[in-house]
Design a protein around this ligand. Structure first.
Ligand code: ZN
Length: 184
């Protein structure tokens, strides 16, 4: 019985990643990098590459799903891997920001800033209704802004009928509006 429940839990994590990858994270990365690209227009930087890096950074923490599924055999929640540790992305962001500000103002370093900022944004979005170990590896405790109560069957209806799903749709709408206005 417990095994069946655990399997259901892993399955829900898996589907959640698939839904969020498309509906939440990709538009958020696009919005962030597109707004930045609009600001940097005219500067010596490849804006298409900047947007590509922004979108990639916004989904990068979820690449650990490959490890979760193929290597870890779904034993641990992928949010417990270091790829979902805020300190990792904040650390990267700090390193690239200091590097860009004080050492080298090249576009490659700026892309590093964009990538790590987008990765950190991913964790904030994950934390809206998902668990993120904000103080890992020092504190073994997950934090979530809101919880999705289990009111409906099947389980995924709980996510689709939750207000946070509307937030994700709004992100998508915003991304489409930005894309239509001035395609970069
Ligand atoms: Zn994630």
């Amino acid at each position: 019985m417990i095994a069946v429940r655990m399997y259901g839990l892993f399955l829900s994590v898996y589907y959640q990643i698939r839904i969020k990858m498309i509906i939440g994270h990709i538009p958020s990365g696009y919005i962030y990098s597109k707004l930045l690209a609009n600001k940097l227009a005219g500067k010596r930087i490849n804006l298409h590459l900047l947007i590509l890096i922004g979108v990639t950074g916004a989904i990068a923490p979820d690449f650990d799903w490959l490890y979760f599924y193929f290597v870890d055999d779904e034993k641990h929640l992928h949010h417990t891997y270091w790829t979902h540790y805020p300190i990792v992305w904040l650390g990267l962001l700090l390193i690239f920001s200091v590097w860009y500000r004080y050492i080298s103002k090249t576009s490659y370093v700026l892309l590093g800033v964009v990538f790590s900022a987008a990765g950190f944004m991913h964790l904030i979005l994950d934390s809206v209704v998902g668990n993120i170990w904000w103080f890992a590896p020092f504190v073994d405790k997950p934090y979530s802004m809101f919880t999705v109560s289990e009111l409906h069957e099947p389980w995924w209806l709980n996510f689709i009928l939750h207000w946070s799903f509307l937030l994700e749709l709004l992100l998508m709408l915003w991304a489409i509006i930005l894309w239509q206005r001035k395609p970069v």
